[in-house]
Design a protein around this ligand. Structure first.
Ligand SMILES: *Cc1c(COP(=O)(O)O)cnc(C)c1O
Length: 381
């Protein structure tokens, strides 16, 4: 059996996305900025993609800035808030301990430039305490940034509540929704979101393309890539037309799945979670209820994460030890540390896709149970 259970790292490209993109990789090659007919065809495709995504997200097309992916969108959101804050003398940013490195490293750079950063802790289930987070907001706070759903442990944060309070306090609110877009229903208006980051390759689109939603009436998005006037002067560089077309097609299909297939995946996730919970010395990471439908994250006593991944790979299961960006590094995951997991425990993250079956779920539970038992046996001999 072969099971790709690493969808939080990246997803296979959807057929609909490949089909939509293909003409834009060959016959329709114009530069959207060109005046002639080739340019117009490309420009039209770009506009249609923007309109599709806007309607799925509940925003206006001109509130979307196409970027090279989630990391760039995160950087642009934070830098935009910093520039706004710098101009009016507000140099404090509130975020959380479990953000993606694209956010945390950018905050580190801003700190080096004189900004003050408060990172709110999370509870033992990996949920940020909205009241404590909002208590950290001061008169000189220029941004609150809280991820929608965590990439390692799948926890879904109280974004609506935080958004509402930020709006009341007149503080811009950004959410890194890279793991949430295309995986759950999101309404940027109802959640009072000012800026939102997304990435196509996390919901069945191609790699190297994403977007930043920047609400009209909130702070202006400033470019972090300088040059031409593309994206209304908010992101220079010739647009990734095939990428945008593929991203829109992927989000369309992902939204259909959210409407029709999400419950089924959630129940299979719970099947795997209850199976793995029976392994002695295992503990679920993240909240049992407020979590992404495809996310299963566990820590195992006395297990080395890399050894478990190797054993699972040999059984045809592609999994991860946490975040792809930290595996290979000796550093323990900042997310698992934030929820109080000791270094001695090995972490396993399984993130399953829409096509996961009950049979595959049983296979996963069996393979992990046997691998953990085997590795513990090796350790003892
Ligand atoms: C993957 C990911 C990113 C980075 O997106 P890229 O498109 O790979 O740059 C940012 N935030 C979260 C939560 C992610 O999971």
């Amino acid at each position: 059996m072969y099971i790709y259970a690493d969808h939080a790292s990246t997803t296979p490209v959807r057929d609909a996305a490949v089909k939509a993109m293909t003409p834009y990789l060959s016959q329709i090659y114009g530069n959207p900025s060109s005046f002639h007919r080739e340019g117009q065809k490309a420009s039209e495709a770009l506009y249609m993609s923007r309109r599709t995504i806007a309607s799925l997200l509940g925003c206006r097309p001109d509130e979307l800035i196409f970027t090279s992916g989630g990391s760039e969108a995160d950087v642009q959101a934070l830098v935009s808030a910093a520039e706004y804050g710098y101009k009016i003398g507000k140099k404090h940013i509130v975020s959380t301990q479990i953000e993606h490195h694209a956010v945390l490293r950018t905050l580190g750079r801003l700190q080096a430039l004189g900004f003050e950063v408060t990172l709110a802790p999370v509870d033992e289930n990996g949920i940020v305490d909205a009241d404590r987070l909002l208590d950290a907001v001061r008169d000189d706070t220029c941004l609150v940034s809280v991820m929608y759903a965590n990439n390692e442990i799948g926890t879904i944060q109280p974004v609506e509540k935080i958004g509402l309070e930020c709006r009341r306090l007149s503080v811009p609110f950004h959410t890194d929704a890279v793991q949430a877009v295309g995986h759950m229903h999101i309404d940027v208006g109802a959640s009072h979101i000012d800026m939102l980051s997304a990435s196509a390759h996390k919901f069945g689109g191609p790699k190297g393309v994403g977007f930043l939603y920047s609400r009209r009436g909130s702070i202006p998005a400033v470019p972090v890539i300088f040059g031409g006037p593309q994206e209304n002067g908010r992101r220079a560089g010739t647009e990734n037309v095939p990428g945008a077309v593929g991203m829109a097609a992927a989000l369309g299909q992902a939204s259909d799945f959210v409407k029709n297939g999400l419950k089924r995946v959630c129940s299979i996730r719970d099947l795997i979670i209850s199976g793995l919970s029976r392994i002695p010395g295992s503990v679920l990471n993240g909240d049992a209820a407020n979590r992404l439908c495809g996310n299963i994250s566990f820590c195992f006593e006395g297990i080395e994460a890399e050894a478990l991944l190797l054993a699972l790979d040999q059984r045809g299961i592609c999994a991860s030890s946490g975040s792809a960006c930290t595996s290979g590094a000796v550093e323990p995951s900042h997310v698992l540390t934030a929820i109080g997991r000791p270094r001695s425990m090995g972490a396993l993250r399984l993130t399953v896709g829409e096509d996961i079956t009950e049979r595959q779920a049983e296979y996963i539970v069996g393979a992990v149970t046997e691998s953990v038992a085997f590795l513990r046996g090796v350790g003892r001999s």
